[in-house]
Design a protein around this ligand. Structure first.
Ligand SMILES: [Cu+2]
Length: 201
């Protein structure tokens, strides 16, 4: 797998002027290419109170499929207490496992099988592999941030009903070095003003 440049950029673009508007976030790499499967979190900046946690898109339990010896999606986001389910759509067995301190597990899935739901109680990142196919890996990102989503193949994601205020927009991706995963920048907005900011480190 090609190593992506360890520098990503975020374009946080505020939606239509309204009391609670949409926030569009685009993540690109240093070559300007969209970065899929980046986890974007939006948190209140400064001392203002944390808003409620916005619900995640999609249904629970969310499914990680295994097809053509690849976990799909590569990265998925969860709220604490949600379940994940693994499915094997290949014609070979997979031995799914994690050594994560916040959730260790292993099970073998025969072709066509689906796992029992696995509850993800704690926040953090769980790396999951296959004991049979070393190249297979995926990441479960569990967060109680007010807003969290992952980018699609276009490197974009959209947050709804973001109130006026100051926010930090953060990005996480498996191929960003740990020191680069926590950078953030305020996405300043008001009821009447849109703004857009390129952010780099
Ligand atoms: Cu496998």
């Amino acid at each position: 797998m090609r190593k992506q440049a360890a520098a990503f950029w975020i374009l946080a673009l505020l939606g239509a002027p309204a009391a609670a508007a949409e926030l569009d976030v685009h993540v690109i790499d240093s070559k300007g290419q969209p970065v899929a499967d980046a986890v974007v979190t939006v948190v209140a900046a400064g001392a203002q109170g944390e808003p409620r946690r916005a619900p995640l898109r999609g249904t629970s339990p969310r499914m990680i499929d295994q097809k053509a010896l690849v976990f799909a999606p590569y990265v998925e986001v969860f709220r604490p207490g949600e379940d994940v389910v693994y499915r094997n759509s290949d014609r070979t067995r997979h031995h799914v496992y994690s050594f994560s301190p916040i959730k260790a597990f292993e099970f073998v899935l025969a072709p066509g099988e689906t796992s029992a739901p696995l509850k993800l109680d704690r926040t953090g990142v769980i790396a999951v592999g296959c004991n049979i196919h070393d190249g297979m890996i995926n990441y479960l990102y569990i967060s109680d941030a007010p807003w969290i989503a992952r980018t699609g193949s276009d490197g974009a994601t959209r947050f709804h009903d973001v109130p006026a205020g100051q926010f930090d927009v953060r990005v996480w991706h498996p191929r960003l070095p740990p020191s680069a995963r926590t950078w953030c920048s305020p996405a300043s907005r008001s009821a009447r003003t849109s703004n857009a900011a390129w952010i780099s480190r």
